[in-house]
Design a protein around this ligand. Structure first.
Ligand code: ADP
Ligand code: MG
Ligand code: ZN
Length: 627
């Protein structure tokens, strides 16, 4: 077994504590000298006087300034043997001395012995000293363990918080669907493998590459793949790990990281979430964050400090390039930016192929169909999707993953865990009307995405859901499409109101309203789709971040603000009237669909359209995706 200081100390410390109390009891209280011949038995003062009077006392030794006496006397009870007793004397007993003199008893007063006090003092000191040494060792040992309590003891000397992987084992083949990014980064591999090809012609090898893209798109994976392809070590740290409670720790971590990297060059340094340290300096509300600024400064210094040809390439990832300090983006630092976006349908297919390599798929499953069914999914979502499907397959004891599992997994990834359906009740009817309202309005509007399915099986927060298949391949969205979406989103509330009356509408539409209000507002303020004319009245989303331009005020006056509100309301009211009209005009098919939905719990899009077509004209729409 490995000898461990920590374990030893953990056991010895409690022992020391217990030992200390015994020690205090045994030594520290009484003078040492007295303990040697102290009698175990005690005698009361009164008895002692009786003994003196009876002439049975042979000697008396006084201790502690006359407060205690050890008395030698003849014990009548036990065959007249000479015994010793300990007697506590009253404080004022001067007559005792004269009495002893009278009786001719030999007595001796012992001075207050100092060693008693010294021992007591030492006893009191030894314990804290041991404790402190013990704790010191404990901290020293445990500080080698990551996240141990030792951090507090040596926060001045940063501990390495970065990970190093000698071989990542990731190859470019494992990264799919982001071809442009891959191509750009292919060159970085050549920088690492054959730097002389570039230096020979006087080219300066770039020091830093910034990967920009939403979470889960494969930025970390790409960085690892570069290291894997070039066969160099991979150092990684997350920006948030630089920023610590203690000022100066982040900076010293940066220093450590670069030192380690230089020792291991050529290599890759990967800084995840660089926006955590790399935010624009000097603009924080409520005082800048000194620690973060120092860390950033250190990072800039280190990046300047090594020559481009030492074989270290820094790759950083962020999804907020807009908040980064401009000094970071200057040539000579992160001068290359590579965008890593959510994959398109072709990309999704390739990613699915990568992750299906080690999965057992039923031959009936076409990855192509899954790719079409999953617009907006990132690489991480797709990996998660296939994994969920595999778990479901195992749970259902099937041979291979079939479409049913894929379908369930998609729903789960998008909308959360499936709940148990409600029993038939008024509230279930209301939810059914709400969902049929969405689906019916969506089906009847020419510019709305087609319904994929309607269900009353709860998922996540939602009690029922209507799924539409968006057409992602079109980049631009027209005004009539936006209005159709707003009308469709209002379909649920419209159905509640038309069927049950304005007093019975529920909170179930809260999420819909939030979403559609956002859309309507953007139509007015960003896309110039209202009577206010083609004006952009808000930059981006009006997102508040404290990094850079927190001082920008809204770019319009009070009067414009109230006109914006008026326009937004006009759009929503118009759409709401339209939705209510569609429900009213199609009341009988609505009732039939609700009955069917309550009976079957789920209606798929094709069946839904077919039933609606029996009552009214259904506009033709391209069916983007069908599983
Ligand atoms: P990011 O760093 O951009 O947030 P990651 O690189 O950590 O995303 O991706 C998480 C996981 O998702 C990866 O380990 C991988 O399994 C999967 N993944 C993401 N993007 C891709 C991709 N383009 N190709 C293959 N797998 C991917
Ligand atoms: Mg990542
Ligand atoms: Zn709804």
């Amino acid at each position: 077994m490995k000898f461990s200081w920590k374990v030893l100390l953990l056991w010895t410390l409690p022992a020391l504590v217990i030992g200390f109390f015994f020690w205090q009891g045994a030594f520290a209280g009484a003078p040492a000298d007295m303990t040697k011949n102290a009698a175990n038995t005690r005698m009361t003062y009164g008895r002692f006087l009786e003994y003196v009077d009876a002439g049975r006392v042979s000697s008396v030794d006084l201790y502690e300034g006359g407060r205690t006496a050890i008395v030698e006397a003849v014990d009548q009870d036990i065959e007249n043997r000479v015994q010793r007793w300990r007697v506590d004397l009253p404080v004022n007993a001067p007559e005792l001395i004269s009495k002893l003199k009278d009786k001719g008893i030999s007595f001796d007063a012992h001075p207050m012995r100092n060693d008693g006090a010294i021992w007591g003092l030492l006893g009191n000191l030894v314990f804290p000293i041991l404790l402190i040494t013990g704790l010191f060792f404990l901290f020293r040992r445990s500080s080698n363990l990551p996240g141990g309590p030792g951090q507090a003891m040596n926060f001045g000397k940063s501990r390495a918080r970065f990970q190093m992987e000698a071989k990542t084992g990731v190859k470019f083949d494992d990264v799919a669907g982001i071809e442009e990014a891959k191509e750009e980064l292919q060159e970085v591999v050549t920088f690492l493998k054959q730097p002389e090809r570039f230096t020979a012609v006087g080219a300066r090898i770039p020091k830093g590459v910034l990967l920009v893209g939403p979470p889960g798109t494969g930025k970390t994976l790409l960085a690892k793949a570069i290291a894997g392809e070039a066969g160099v070590p991979f150092f990684s740290i997350s920006g948030s790990e630089f920023v610590e409670m203690f000022v100066g720790v982040g900076a010293s971590r940066v220093r450590d990281l670069f030192k380690k990297a230089k020792d291991n060059a050529p290599c890759i340094i990967f800084i995840d979430e660089i926006d955590a340290v790399g935010r624009q300096r000097g603009a924080g509300i409520g005082g800048g964050n000194d620690e973060r600024e120092q860390t950033l400064n250190q990072l800039l210094t280190e990046m300047d400090g090594f020559e481009g040809n030492t074989g270290i390439i820094i790759i950083a990832a962020t999804n907020r390039p807009d908040v980064l300090d401009s000094a970071l983006l200057r040539p000579g630092r992160f001068d290359r930016q590579v965008t890593v976006d959510a994959p398109d349908i072709k990309g999704r297919l390739e990613i699915l192929q990568v992750h299906a390599r080690n999965k057992k798929l039923d031959p009936s499953v076409s990855l192509d169909a899954i790719a079409r069914r999953t617009p907006g999914f990132t690489g991480a979502d797709l990996a998660n999707l296939l994994n969920e499907a595999a778990i479901l397959t195992a749970r259902r004891r099937k041979e291979g993953i079939t479409l049913t599992e894929i379908d369930d997994a998609v729903d789960r990834v998008v909308a959360g865990m499936e709940g148990t359906p409600l029993v038939d009740s008024k509230s279930k009817r209301l939810i059914a009307y709400h969902e049929v309202g969405h689906a019916l309005v969506g089906t009847l509007l020419k510019d709305h995405d087609p319904v994929q399915k309607v269900t009353l099986i709860p998922r996540g927060q939602a009690q029922g859901l209507t799924w539409f298949t968006p057409n992602e391949e079109q980049g631009l969205i027209s005004r009539s499409q936006l209005k159709a979406r707003i009308t469709g989103a209002l379909g649920g509330r419209a159905a509640e109101e038309v069927i049950f009356g304005a007093a019975e509408v529920t909170t179930g539409a809260g999420g819909d309203l939030q979403q559609l209000s956002g859309m309507a507002r953007q139509m007015v303020t960003r896309f110039g789709m209202s009577d206010l004319g083609p004006l952009s009245l808000e930059s981006q989303q009006g997102e508040v971040f404290l990094g850079r331009d927190w001082t920008t005020r809204s770019e319009y006056s009070e009067s414009i603000a109230s006109r914006i509100d008026g326009q937004v309301r006009a759009i929503v009211e118009d759409c709401y009237e339209n939705a209510k009209k569609l429900i009213r005009d199609n009341r009988s098919v609505t009732d039939r669909l609700v009955d069917l939905l309550i009976e079957k719990e789920t209606i798929d899009g094709a069946e839904f359209r077919q039933i609606v077509a029996e009552y009214t004209d259904v506009p033709e729409k391209p069916q983007y995706a069908q599983l």
